[in-house]
Design a protein around this ligand. Structure first.
Ligand code: F6R
Length: 608
């Protein structure tokens, strides 16, 4: 996971940048680099592997500039070579980047046509060439970045330095976090407060879409529309290391907002971004062709991730999947077939029931694969194959980012299974992976609904019960929505398959009952609209989460609609998870509960 540091200093900055990059090592990386302004020119040192390789290069051939940017790269587009390491440069500019530029292929072709020569396989290099293109047309650095940013699609954080400009650095944030540090005659940019802790604890966090112009005197922050805005300067408390809440009121809020970034990291772990193919980094000790049935076992939110994955495995790979909550699987003496695959999903990797189920599956001679966030955990250690999710530490007891990272890892595994079983063609794989690549950006778009959801939460907070409905992959998400709401707001909530409404829960509906309907416009949308009519006819208050087409087609009264971005129907739970989580979070805030540590709950459930 890439780390960014930028320093506008009073003396040579290269050593400080490397020290700061060391504090970002925890994010994981496989190459690193620094660029500083040497006189009027930008000079770079980059190295494969660990920071000590970069330090050795700097020892032999130091950089003396007083302004510079540095980066630890976690390879996504292209191998971890020196040529692919950041900073990337084009005439007049150098840049470091964290995230994904989705439309890098189109931009690269366009820039190559106008004469740009590319030296790497990365998506980042197009950013350098794009800004350079505008510089060469006569734009100032600020105007060049201003023109380039709206052309970039994806989720990213960027830091730029410019030839001939010893007192100018520009940063930008869309999806991936970026912090501004205020020093005494010095200014800084960093992926997080931890990177900047040796220099300052006065930090502003850029908001989504913000870009910032730094000089040694200070920072001018602009929002996405270009208006100058103020962002609070706060004491970072980065001494508390990774458990920093940044400028969020709760860890849960921070973790919801981190999703575009960490889901992007998880994606890049399992696909080759350059070719848009699934590329699992581990060798599977079985052939999906030989698997007759997959059993998925987990608890709580993790089990709902497994439930969504069931739809994917069955659709993409045509392999039957059983999903069990671990506490049932371990005692129900399920007949399993030796050599079949058992998947275990766990954030903590320590959940007692999931661990017991894993041991049972091993005893039965099944292949075991764990999707876990804590890679040092018991479940990770005892599983035959491990697929780490790269959510980073999840502190809020209610799982948010671990859930969507689990979904991302499982989506790539399901595509790999479909390919291996000959159910998906190369073209199908490319289409599906292309759909996944868009997810971090779509999550960023989904986060823009926060203000509307916060307003809605004030009404939900007055309710005694809430119903969540969905069909297809939105059904497990309805279960997750209900779980999220009840565990942190203590409001009773139930999730149902929308088609089940008539078989019982409809009896509950009256004008006091909010019904959250998760219904992207897909092949079952019409059916869900009928269920909504049934709710409306009984006075229920519908909150519809859909896309533009769904909003246009659903004509039901007494309805609040949250319009999500258009996307590939297969992967909607990854993006619709965001309004579902935000609704639970803001309702809990209105209720005044202990959001991060709800009563009676533990983060890691190590007892039965
Ligand atoms: C709900 C939640 C729990 C966990 C469950 C499994 O927000 O966090 O339902 O998902 O306790 O925990 P892990 O994933 O650590 O096995």
């Amino acid at each position: 996971m890439c780390g960014i540091v930028g320093i506008l200093g009073r003396g040579p900055v290269a050593d400080q940048i490397v020290d700061s990059l060391k504090r970002l090592e925890y994010r994981g990386y496989d190459s690193a680099g620094v660029a500083t302004l040497e006189g009027a020119h930008i000079d770079r040192r980059r190295a494969e592997g660990k920071l000590k390789n970069l330090e050795a290069k700097l020892g032999k051939s130091p950089l003396a500039g007083h302004i510079g940017i540095g980066h630890t790269r976690w390879a996504t587009h292209g191998k971890p070579t020196e040529a692919n390491a950041h900073p990337h440069a084009a005439e007049g500019v150098a840049v470091v980047h964290n995230g994904i530029i989705e439309n890098f292929r189109e931009l690269r072709l366009e820039l190559e046509k106008s004469g740009a020569k590319f030296a790497s396989e990365t998506d980042t290099e197009v950013v350098a060439h794009l800004v350079s293109f505008y510089l060469q047309k006569g734009a100032s650095p600020v105007d060049a970045v201003k023109q380039a940013l709206p052309r970039l699609r994806g989720a990213f954080a960027l830091a730029f330095v410019f030839k001939d400009h010893d007192n100018l650095m520009i940063g930008a944030r869309k999806g991936s976090p970026l912090a501004v540090g205020y020093g005494d005659g010095e200014m800084y940019l960093g992926s997080d407060a931890i990177a900047l802790a040796p220099f300052t604890d006065n930090i502003s966090y850029l908001e989504d879409g913000d870009w910032v112009v730094l000089t040694r005197k200070g920072a001018e922050i602009h929002d996405e529309q270009g208006a100058v805005v103020k962002r609070d300067v706060m004491k970072s408390g980065a001494s508390s290391f990774m458990v920093d809440k940044a400028n969020y009121r709760h860890f849960m809020a921070k973790e919801i907002h981190e999703q575009p970034e960490v889901v992007g990291h998880t994606l890049t772990r399992y696909v080759d971004m350059a070719t848009e193919r699934v590329a699992l980094p581990m060798k599977l000790p079985f052939d999906f062709k030989d698997i007759q049935r997959i059993s998925i076992t987990a608890c709580g939110t993790a089990s709902y991730a497994g439930f969504v994955a069931k739809y994917w495995f069955e659709r993409f790979a045509r392999v039957p999947v059983e999903v069990d909550v671990a506490s049932e699987f371990r005692y129900r003496e399920a007949p399993v077939r030796k050599g079949d695959l058992a998947i275990f999903i766990s954030q903590s990797g320590e959940t007692a029931d999931t661990l017991a189920a894993l041991r049972y599956a091993k005893e039965q001679g099944m292949h075991t694969l764990a999707v876990v966030n804590v890679t040092t955990s018991t479940i990770a250690r005892e599983s035959e194959t491990v697929m780490p999710t790269l959510a980073g530490p999840e502190i809020g007891v209610a799982s948010t980012k671990a859930f969507t990272c689990q979904l991302m890892a499982l989506a790539t595994l399901a595509i790999a299974a479909g390919k291996a079983r000959g159910e998906l063609s190369d073209a199908d794989e490319a289409r599906l992976v292309h759909g996944l690549v868009k997810i971090p950006r779509l999550m960023t778009d989904a986060l823009t609904h926060e203000a509307a959801i916060e307003k809605l939460a004030r009404d939900i907070a007055k309710s005694k019960d809430v119903l969540y409905l969905g069909r297809g992959t939105s059904y497990p998400l309805a279960l997750e929505g209900a779980l999220k709401l009840k565990e942190i707001s203590y409001i009773h909530a139930e999730g149902y398959a929308a088609g089940e409404l008539k078989h019982g829960p409809i009896a509950l509906i009256d004008e006091t009952m909010p019904v959250v309907v998760i219904a992207p416009y897909d092949r079952v949308f019409e059916k869900t609209v009928s269920n909504m009519q049934e709710v409306a006819a009984r006075g229920g208050n519908i909150i519809l989460m859909t896309d533009a087409k769904g909003a246009e087609e659903a004509t039901v009264d007494s309805m609040v609609t949250i319009v999500m971005p258009d996307m590939d129907a297969a992967f909607t739970p990854l993006v619709y998870a965001i309004p579902v989580q935000l609704l639970a979070y803001h309702t809990a805030v209105v209720m005044g509960t202990d959001v991060d540590q709800p009563r009676n709950l533990a983060k890691s459930v190590t007892v039965e």
